[in-house]
Design a binder for this molecule. Structure first.
Ligand code: FAD
Ligand code: NAP
Length: 565
C-alpha cells in the first residue's frame, strides 16, 4: 500500500477522492489528530485536473480565486501564470499543495472504492476497493466529485469502430497529434468548446456533432501581470473573506438591479464590458433578475446571439449555433476562438438533433439519414452523470441495509448536500442540494470540509453519531424546491436537472440559494447545536436557521444575494 502511515487498516476516517475536496479533507482530518486514509482510483492527486487532459482544458473561474484560501504559505508561494489556468498548471498546483502538506503519504492511489458498508454494532464503515483491500473507519468522507463519473455515451456499435476513441474526461496522458486525421467531436458543452478550436488547428477534417448549442463567452485569457498578482496578494484576505458570503463565491459586485432599471444602451454597455473582460460568472449575474425572469434573460440571450452573428455571417449556421434556452440555465462556456473555428474550411457543423447519430460503424459514425461520417478519431465530449453519479456508482449500504443508489432512485434525499438519513457518520462534499455546482467550487469545498470538521469535533467530544433525519431532509428539500422553482434553471434540460442521463429522475440538483446564504444557514444550524445533524434534533431549529436567512417567499434577507452569481 502507498499509505506509509498504515500499520493496520483501521482508521478514524476514510476519505474517497484526491481532488480539491479530498486533499483538503485529509489535511484537516490529520490536523485534528485523526488517523486518516485517502483513496483515489487516479494514480495521483488532482481530481478533475488529473482526468481532464483534453486540449484547451482550463478553469472558468479566475485562477487567483479558483485556489485554496486556508494556507498562507501556499498562497504566498504559488504564482499563477494565466488568468484562467490550464489543466497542466492546475494539476501542478494540486501536486504542489500535496507536496507542501506532505499529503501523498496519507493516500492510496490507483484503487477504486467499490463498496462502503455501515456496521451499526461496531459503528464503523467498512470500505472495500477493487483490489479487495478493506479499510474500516468511524467516519467516511465522500469527496468523489460532482463531475467525475463520465455518463454512458449511449452510442450503439462504438466497439465496432476501428479508429481511436477518446473521452475528454479520461484523456490519455500523452500527446495526441490530430495532424492529417479526420476527427468527429460529439458534444458541444464546456469541454468540447475548449477542445474544438485546438483540434481544428491540427485535424485534416473536423466534424462537430452538435445536439444542443451552448452559450459561450470569449475567455480573454492572457498571462497574469506581476502587478495584478501583487494587487491580489495585497487585498487577498479581504477578498477571500468577502467571497465567502457572495452568492457564487466570486469577487464581484453586480448592479443588484433588474434589467428594466436600465436603458437599452446602458444595459448593452454593461453586457459589453463583462463580455470584453471575459467573465462568465459576472455576465450571468450582472442584473438581479437574469435567472428569474424570462424577459430579462432574453436581453442577455439576444446580446450573445448578436455576438455570434458578428463572427458567423452565414445566417443558417448562426441560427444553428444560437441556443434557444435561457442563458445560464446550462453552464455558460468560456472559450478561445470557438465561434471563429466554424469559419475554417476543414470544420463542419453536423446537426445531430436534425439527423441523430444512428450508430457507430467500423469506418465512423452513421447518421439517421444513412450518411456515414468517415473518421479516424471519435472524441466523446458527452459529459457526466453529474453530482450523484460517482456516489451511486459505489455500493453504499447504511443502516438496516439501506442502499444509497436505491434510496436515491426517485430523488437524492439528503440534508444540506452533506448528510443522508440512514447513513451515519458519512459526509458528501458538495453533494446534491449543495450550492457547489453553481459556484466557485473551491470556496464551496473549503466551507463544506470546514463544516464537516466542526461536526466531527462535536461528535468526538460528545460521543455522538452524526446522522440526519428524514424530517430534516424534507424541510431542506421543500426549501430548495421553492428557491429552484423561482428560477429559470428548472425550465431547461441539463445536467443540473439530471436530464442528460437517460432514466435519471428530473430533479434540480444544486442549491439555488447561493453560497453566502447557504453558509449563513449552516452557521445557524451549528449555533443551534448542530440542528439537523442528529436524528433526535428538534426540527424546528432547522426551520429557524432557514428563516433567519430567507423570508416565507424564498427571498433572501440579505441584499441582492437571493440567487447565485
Ligand atoms: P474531483 O476533482 O472530481 O475529484 C474527485 C476524485 O474522486 C477523482 O479524482 C476521482 O477519481 C475520485 N473518485 C470518484 N469515485 C471514486 C471511487 N469510487 N473510488 C476512488 N476514487 C474515486 N469548477 C469551478 O468552480 N471552476 C472551474 O473552472 C471548473 N472547471 C472545471 C473543468 C472541468 C473539465 C470539470 C470536469 C469540472 C470543472 N469544475 C470547475 C468543477 C470541478 O468539479 C470542481 O472545481 C473541483 O475540481 C471538484 O473537486 P473535487 O475534489 O470535489 O472533485
Ligand atoms: P456537458 O456540458 O454535459 O456537454 C455534453 C455535450 O455532449 C452536450 O452538448 C450534449 O448534448 C452532448 N451529448 C451527450 N451525449 C450525446 C449523444 N449521445 N449524442 C450527441 N450529443 C451528445 O459536458 P462537458 O462539456 O464535459 O461539461 C460538463 C461540465 O463540466 C460543465 O458544465 C462545467 O461545469 C464543467 N466544465 C468546465 C469547464 C471550464 O470551462 N472550466 C470545462 C469543461 C467542463 P445535449 O446537451 O443535447 O445532451
Amino acid at each position: 500500500m502507498a499509505n506509509s502511515e498504515s500499520t493496520s487498516n483501521h482508521y478514524d476516517c476514510v476519505v474517497v477522492g484526491a481532488g480539491f475536496s479530498g486533499l483538503y479533507a485529509v489535511y484537516r482530518a490529520r490536523q485534528a489528530g485523526m488517523r486518516v486514509v485517502g483513496i483515489d482510483v487516479a494514480t495521483d492527486v488532482g481530481g478533475v485536473w488529473f482526468w481532464n487532459k483534453y486540449p484547451g482544458a482550463r478553469c472558468d473561474v479566475e485562477s487567483l480565486e479558483y485556489s485554496y484560501s486556508f494556507d498562507e504559505g501556499i498562497q504566498n508561494d504559488w504564482v499563477w501564470t494565466e488568468r484562467f489556468a490550464s489543466q497542466p498548471e492546475l494539476q501542478a498546483y494540486l501536486a504542489f499543495v500535496a507536496d507542501r502538506l506532505d499529503l501523498r503519504r496519507s493516500f492510496v492511489f490507483g484503487r477504486r472504492v467499490i463498496s462502503t458498508v455501515w456496521n451499526s454494532t461496531s459503528t464503523e464503515w467498512t470500505v472495500t476497493d477493487d483490489h479487495g483491500q478493506t479499510y474500516t473507519a468511524t467516519y467516511l468522507i465522500m469527496a468523489t466529485g460532482i463531475l467525475s463519473a463520465p455518463k454512458p455515451h449511449g452510442i450503439s456499435g462504438l466497439e465496432e469502430f476501428t479508429g481511436e476513441i477518446l473521452h475528454t474526461a479520461t484523456w490519455p496522458d500523452r500527446e495526441i497529434d490530430f495532424t492529417g486525421k479526420r476527427v468527429a467531436v460529439i458534444g458541444t458543452g464546456s469541454s468540447a468548446v475548449q477542445a474544438i478550436p485546438l483540434i481544428a488547428e491540427q485535424a485534416q477534417e473536423l466534424y462537430i456533432l452538435q445536439r444542443t448549442p451552448s452559450f459561450s463567452l470569449p475567455a480573454q485569457n492572457r498571462p497574469l501581470r506581476p502587478d495584478e498578482i501583487a494587487e491580489f496578494a495585497q487585498h487577498r484576505d479581504e477578498i477571500r473573506a468577502r467571497v465567502k458570503y457572495k452568492p457564487g463565491g466570486i469577487n464581484f459586485e453586480p448592479t443588484g438591479k433588474p434589467v428594466a432599471a436600465f436603458t437599452d444602451t446602458e444595459r448593452d454597455a454593461l453586457y459589453e464590458s463583462v463580455w470584453r473582460e471575459g467573465a462568465p460568472f459576472k455576465f450571468q449575474s450582472i442584473f438581479a433578475d437574469l435567472r428569474t425572469s424570462a424577459e430579462a434573460n432574453a436581453t442577455a440571450m439576444d446580446f450573445v446571439a448578436r455576438k455570434i452573428r458578428e463572427t458567423i455571417t452565414d445566417p443558417v449556421l448562426a441560427d444553428k449555433l444560437t441556443p434557444t434556452y435561457p442563458l445560464s440555465t446550462r453552464r455558460l462556456c468560456l472559450d478561445t476562438n470557438y465561434y471563429a473555428t466554424y469559419l475554417r474550411p476543414n470544420v463542419e457543423l453536423v446537426d445531430v438533433k436534425e439527423r441523430p447519430i444512428a450508430r457507430a460503424v467500423p469506418e465512423g459514425l452513421e447518421l439517421s439519414d444513412g450518411t456515414v461520417l468517415e473518421v479516424d478519431v471519435i472524441v466523446l465530449a458527452t459529459g457526466f452523470d453529474a453530482i450523484t453519479g460517482a456516489l451511486r456508482n459505489i455500493h453504499i449500504v447504511g443502516e438496516k441495509g439501506r442502499v444509497l443508489a436505491n434510496y436515491w432512485a426517485d430523488a437524492p434525499h439528503n440534508f444540506i448536500g452533506l448528510l443522508v438519513a440512514g447513513f451515519p457518520n458519512m459526509f458528501t462534499v458538495t453533494g446534491p442540494s449543495s450550492p457547489g455546482a453553481l459556484s466557485n467550487m473551491v470556496v464551496s469545498i473549503e466551507q463544506h470540509v470546514d463544516l464537516i470538521m466542526l461536526a466531527l469535533e462535536h461528535a468526538r467530544k460528545n460521543s455522538v453519531v452524526i446522522e440526519t433525519s428524514e424530517s430534516a431532509q424534507d424541510l431542506w428539500a421543500t426549501h430548495g424546491e421553492m428557491l429552484a422553482n423561482r428560477t429559470l434553471f428548472v425550465t431547461t434540460d441539463s445536467w443540473y436537472v439530471g436530464t442528460n442521463v437517460p432514466g435519471k429522475p428530473r430533479v434540480f440538483l444544486p442549491y439555488a440559494g447561493g453560497v453566502g446564504n447557504y453558509r449563513r444557514i449552516c452557521e445557524g444550524l451549528v449555533a443551534r447545536h448542530f440542528a439537523g445533524f442528529m436524528p433526535e434534533n428538534d426540527i424546528s431549529l432547522v426551520t429557524e436557521a432557514i428563516n433567519d436567512v430567507f423570508d416565507a417567499e424564498g427571498k433572501s434577507k440579505f441584499a441582492h444575494t437571493a440567487l447565485p452569481h
